[in-house]
Structure formats: C-alpha cells, structure tokens
Ligand binder design. Structure first.
Ligand code: GLA
Length: 366
C-alpha cells in the first residue's frame, strides 16, 4: 500500500460509568479529537510520533525489535499480538502517529491509539474485522499492554461513534443503537489537570470489589439484580458494605443511562431539567458509592452547574481526568471560560476545556 491515513477518535462517556465492568449499558459519544496514523506497508512495524515522543520498532507480529519500545509503543505491540492471534497475516507498517487528544485526561487516548493501530495493521495485511471484533481485540490489547482490566466502553465508542449521536451500548450483549443528540448541544469537556493513569489507579481494586458483590448473587445476570435485592443481601450479611456500595453504583447507574437516553430523545425544558438532576445523581454515585471522583472533579462539576450547564458530571475512569458538561453551542465557550476562571482561583491544578461535538467513529480517511 502507498501511504494511507487512519483516524480513531477519543470518547466522552455521557453517563454509564463503570457499568461495563458488569455488562451494563453505557452512553458514550466519539469526539472530534483523536489519533491519526499515516503509514505504508513495510516488513516490520516502525512508527514514530512527535507528540507522543519516541518510536515503536516491532516485528510484524508485535514482538519488540531493539529497546526503544517504551510508553505508547506497548499499545501498538499489544494490538499487533492480539491481531496475530486472530489470524492477521504478518505485515508491517512504516509511518507516523499524531494525536490531538490530551493524555491522562480520561478521554481514551490509549484506546484511540489501539484502534488506529488496529485499523492500519489490518489494512496493511488486507485483513478485516467487524468493528466490535476490533474493539474487543483492542480491549484485550489494553489488558496486555498495561494490565488494566478495563471494559469495552472506550474501544467500542471509538469504533462505533456517529456524528451528532451518542451510542447506547449494552456491554453485555454488545447490542447498540444511536441516540441522536438535541440539535445545538455541545459537549464541554473540562480536564481537571490532575492526570489519571489507569494502571496506577484504584480501577482494578474497584473491579475486584464489585466482583466480590456479584459473588453473593451466583448465577444471576448482574444487570437484573435490583436495588431492593441488594439491600436485603447486605442486611443479611451476605456481602460487605464496600462491595454493596460498588454494586449499588453499577445498578443505579444502569437505570440512569436508560433514563438519559429517553430524555435526550425528547428535549423539552422539563426533560433538560431532569437531565441535570440525573447527571448530578450519577456524579454523586461515582463520588460516594464507587469512590472514584476527586475534589477537583467535584469542584468542576459544581462550578459547571453554577455557571449554567444543562448537566455536568465526571466522565471516564475517574481518579482524576475530566468532567463533561452539556450546554447549548452558543453558550458553550462562555461556560468553559467561566468555569476555568473560577477553578483557577480555587484549585492548584491547571484545567483545560475542550468544546466538542459528537463525531464519527474510527475509519480510513484517505
Ligand atoms: C475506563 C475504562 C472503561 C470504563 C470507564 C469507566 O475508561 O477503560 O472500560 O470502565 O473507565 O466508565
């Protein structure tokens, strides 16, 4: 192949945080920020990047060549290994990676890199996978690269995104549908400046805790357990209070996802008011039941509401990263500036805002 260009966006999750760890629903949108790979087929994999720094030098099956493969190269290597396991013929790539996604902001820069690399590697070998097969391979690559037991949210959102819509994905069955966003709605993302690193966060601990809770309901589909059943089980001492809180978040969050999808389909003033309440409840649940918020994220959410956002909550894997606020397009920049200004006088960290729109998913662009 002569040089071809591949694009994979980052994502913002509107609601449905950590529900992919129990097969529940999520509601992400792909962003207009992402990772671009321009490359041509070669014998080995040789990719460089100014923004990310450094180079990936690998054999076509993902095994390392030389000792330059630090940092982001691990993700490319892991994708190549996962694709080889699915039967991708050994073909390399030579070219360049660039990215407009902030790293550590909770907008899935690693998933975007995995997906872009996956598309480019498949194209180089004339190999093709369905979007959700590639998403699953990229998710396994994340586990392989950094040992994080993440769900399918990030990689699926990057592949399935559609301009103007959010994706309502059932992470258990992988069935999905598009939820058109109200015309004129902007996604205001504010990075708290407190960077998150999944592998060093409490993400894995939270997953163990929710699994401990599920062990009290052996044989049950986690998404069918009700809050009332959970309460009874806790009262009878069948699960400890930490495990119960984690599962309570996952169950209640699933209900909120379904409600938000309904409200977005009928954006009357009353629905928008309710949207704000549901986002607020979602944030509170991540804060107190899942315990993955930070004081900076709490502050940003409070400021966004105070400055007129329709709805605001933390988004992504937590323990740092960003919030998402919904605002009308003509008010979005003003909201972002007002929040940044107020944050500056309260917090030590430097926040950054991105006014985004829901965008198309990963693809070859030329
Ligand atoms: C990270 C993970 C996702 C998901 C979110 C929280 O982004 O990679 O699978 O669990 O956190 O919703």
């Amino acid at each position: 192949m002569s040089a071809r260009v591949f694009w994979a966006p980052g994502r913002v999750n509107l609601i449905g945080e950590f529900t992919d760890l129990v097969g529940g629903p999520v509601l992400p949108a792909a962003l207009d920020l992402g990772v671009r790979i321009e490359a041509e087929a070669a014998e080995t994999i040789d990719l460089c990047s100014h923004e990310l720094g450094g180079r990936a030098r690998l054999a076509a099956d993902g095994s390392p060549l030389g000792d330059e493969n630090e940092g982001w190269a691990r993700y490319v290597a892991a994708v190549a290994v996962e694709l080889a396991l699915l039967g991708r013929p050994a073909a390399g790539l030579e070219g360049e990676i660039s990215s407009t996604l902030p790293i550590g902001a909770g907008l899935s820069s690693s998933a975007a890199l995995e997906v872009a690399a996956g598309l480019a590697l498949c194209a180089a070998a004339g190999f093709s996978l369905e979007p959700l097969e590639l998403a699953q391979a990229a998710r396994r690559a994340e586990h392989r690269a950094v040992g994080v037991p993440c769900g399918i949210l990030d990689q699926a959102a990057s592949l399935l995104g559609r301009a103007g819509s959010a994706v309502l994905l059932d992470t258990g069955s992988l069935a999905y549908e598009y939820i058109p966003l109200p015309a004129g709605l902007a996604l205001v993302i504010i990075d708290s400046g407190v960077s998150r690193r999944l592998e060093s966060s409490g993400y894995a601990t939270r997953q163990e805790e929710v699994e401990r809770a599920l062990a009290a309901f052996t044989g049950r589909d986690p998404t069918e357990i009700t809050l009332a059943e959970l309460e009874t089980a806790e009262a009878k001492g069948r699960l400890d209070s930490i495990a119960a809180r984690r599962l309570r978040h996952a169950i209640s969050e699933g209900e909120r996802v379904r409600e938000v999808a309904r409200l977005l389909g009928d954006p009357t003033p009353a629905s928008l008011q309710r949207l704000g309440e549901v986002f607020a409840a979602g944030h509170e649940s991540v804060r107190s039941d899942w315990e993955a918020s930070t004081p900076e994220l709490d502050l940003l959410v409070e400021l966004a509401r105070e400055k007129g956002a329709i709805a605001a909550r933390m988004t992504g894997g937590g323990f740092g990263g960003s919030i998402v606020a919904l605002a009308w397009t003509d008010e979005a920049e003003g909201l972002a500036d007002a929040v940044l200004g107020a944050y500056e006088s309260h917090a030590d960290a430097q926040a950054k805002a991105y006014v985004c729109r829901a965008s198309d998913g990963a693809r070859e662009i030329s």
